[in-house]
Ligand binder design. Sequence first.
Ligand code: HQG
Length: 183
Amino acid sequence: MNSNEYSKLSKEISYALRHAPWEYELELDDLGFTPIEPLLQSLREIDGCQAIEQEDIEKMIFNSPKKRHEIIEGKIRAFYGHSIPGTIKKEEAEPPIYLYHGTSPDFIDDIRKNGLLPKARQYVHLSEDINTAHLVGTRKNSSPIILKIDTKKAGNQGSKFYFGNELVWLSDSIPSTCILFMD
Ligand code: HQG
């Protein structure tokens, strides 16, 4: 597989595991895991994927600059990004003092008023560093705004933080009083 094909495979698997497992006849457990064999069977029905094997998915995960998925004991899950009904259980953890969130200038007034909300996903997604937040924000706007989150203050106001991967943290919501609006 070339890098383009790996990227397509990653997107397809993210779609299946984050947004629409039923389209692939998959059921996720509480932690978001599903057996990999039925996923492979569904993927093999897609044009160009007839010969796909677990090894291809393992290589895709290994080669991806972003750690989005993991395979453990014959099961696979997405670390973050879910929009399916219900809530994938995440491990509550102590976050760094500051986390960041990159977003569009169009959303800032609303975020000032209502804080950060999960919107279509199960959790608000926060970045470990400014660079990552910038990359996330450019998905929405070419000149994103970076928000700095005071995690201690948010924790004191009831926000819980969960580990996504080395660069991504999750939370249920962040009150606007805990957000520093950087220029
Ligand atoms: C915004 C990608 C108005 C929020 C990325 C964001 C990430 C509000 C948008 C992961 C708001 C939701 C998730 C409020 C939040 N009013 N807008 N009160 N509160 N928003 O795509 O964080 O590459 O669901 O600022 O890298 O952009 O797919 O979330 O702009 O890690 O692996 O609502 O997805 O990962 O947008 O991105 P999204 P996100 P992958």
